[in-house]
Design a protein around this ligand. Structure first.
Ligand SMILES: [Zn+2]
Length: 455
């Protein structure tokens, strides 16, 4: 029933499919409730464009008279500029000899903080002979424009012109010959999507060490279109990686509260959790304490970690899957390893006697993997591990902090998720079979809901 075709009029189909799948993140929350509203916009837009068509025809007709042409040109001419680094509205106005007072009036007519000007954004305007801006359009993204219209009183009316992108699912498949990025790029998968893909599987696959030739991956991701032109890429809807025969699948699912996450087919989060302690059977010799007297320096200095007393050579484990971002000497820490976990978490392991071979900068480590061995390098009175846990760059007490749980699908969402997951997996599989059958030429004609209807 809901068919997604690669045609402009598939817009509604996509919207409905997305509603079915729950892929609303890209849309402003205020629009979510109202498919009907979007329908109205679609018809409105169609009406508007045919209007423009008529206008153009009229203009073509009057072009014959030179007098009329010049007056039309005076009204219709838009000028435009691209914002450079360090630009603000008054600089742009000065550069183009526009009224400085207008710059202030325009800036103050927009709601606060709405005009977040960045290099590369486009400003278009029309001006009068006295260099007053009569109309201005600041395009902060392909989807968002701020429109200012001069009133008779000389101030400006502000309007937000927000467009909705058409999201079209796209299938891609690649077999690894050299790397995820090179072989993915060969299949025209955008780099941003490949980075996201690596992040999705980053807790399960060590892309530096685990990848083998003939590993393969398939995914369906969104391309964003506006007026038939591709303006960017949306979410990965489903991705599957076959690493040395091991199949790992991530499915995007939005819960009832509008939170989207990736889960495996049985509903476990793709994000993993942390171990509380990096050493087994150790004694905690010093706790997190912001007012501790330092045993070596003998002065008050915050202790932003937990110390584990243990024999030299005791293995130290990474408390979570992650990537080694530092392995080397670091002042009072002595031999030190820092691991980045996802985008928010970091763990630090200090005073190591030696590093494990796996703990090299840039390498991925698994939860529980040995990264080094207890020692007393740096400022240490005896062999111990100094362990730190940082969240968004802030030191937290690793023994007391609520560690992120790898949240599974909630019980009340389980059956809804299972239905979506089954359809998505079936969709991916049918696309891959298509590619194999047609040797690469494919069109994505089915949505998961079609498959459900067939089943
Ligand atoms: Zn310490």
């Amino acid at each position: 029933m809901y068919t997604v075709r690669h045609r402009k009029d598939s817009f509604l189909g996509t919207i409905i499919t997305m509603a079915v799948l729950g892929q609303w993140r890209y849309f402003p929350k205020t629009h979510i409730a109202a498919i009907s509203l979007i329908t109205i916009i679609v018809f409105f837009a169609i009406g508007k464009s045919s209007d423009t068509q008529q206008k153009r025809e009229i203009q073509t007709l009057v072009l014959n008279s030179e007098a009329v042409v010049s007056s039309v040109a005076a009204v219709e001419t838009w000028q435009q500029t691209e914002l450079k680094s360090g630009d603000n509205l008054s600089r742009v106005f000065t550069r183009h000899s526009l009224s400085a007072a207008d710059a202030l009036a325009i800036a103050s007519s927009a709601p606060k903080r709405v005009l977040n000007l960045q290099p590369g954004q486009i400003i278009k305007w029309q001006s009068s002979e006295s260099n007053n801006v009569t109309r201005m359009r600041i395009e902060t993204s392909p989807l968002i424009a701020h429109v200012f219209e001069r009133t008779i009183e000389g101030d400006y009316d502000y309007q937000l012109d927000e467009k909705v992108a058409d999201r079209r699912p796209k299938f891609a498949h690649a077999t690894i010959k050299s790397s995820l990025f090179l072989d993915g790029a060969k299949q025209d998968i955008p780099q941003s999507t490949l980075i996201e893909l690596a992040g999705l599987f980053g807790w399960d696959i060590d892309f530096a060490l685990d990848i083998r030739p003939d590993d393969e991956f398939s995914l369906i991701y969104e391309e964003l279109f506006l007026d038939g032109e591709r303006i960017g890429f949306g979410n990965i809807l489903i991705a599957q990686f076959i690493n040395r025969g091991r199949e790992i699948t991530a499915i995007r699912y939005e819960d009832g509260k509008g939170d989207a996450q990736y889960y495996d087919p049985s509903g476990h989060s793709m994000r993993k959790e942390f171990l509380r302690n990096p050493i087994d059977f150790a004694r905690i010799s010093s706790r997190f304490n912001l007012k501790r007297k330092h045993p070596v320096l003998n002065k008050f200095r915050a202790h932003r970690g937990t110390d584990y007393a243990a024999r030299t050579g005791t293995p130290i484990k990474s408390t979570g899957d992650g990537k080694v971002i530092f392995a080397g000497r670091k002042g009072g820490f002595g031999n030190c390893v820092i691991v980045q976990h996802g985008s928010r978490y970091q763990t630090l392991y200090a005073h190591l006697s030696k590093f494990n071979r796996s703990a090299r900068k840039g390498r991925r480590v698994k939860q529980g993997q040995v990264i080094g061995y207890v020692g007393s390098t740096g400022l240490a009175t005896g062999p111990h591990l100094h362990f730190e846990f940082r969240v968004d760059g802030v030191h937290r007490d690793s023994l007391r902090i609520k560690l992120p749980k790898s949240r599974s699908i909630a019980k009340d969402q389980k059956s809804a998720y299972q239905a979506v997951a089954d359809r998505m997996i079936e969709w991916l599989k049918s696309q891959r079979d298509n590619v194999r059958a047609n040797d690469g030429s494919l069109s994505l004609t089915q949505s998961p809901s079609d498959l459900a209807d067939d089943a």
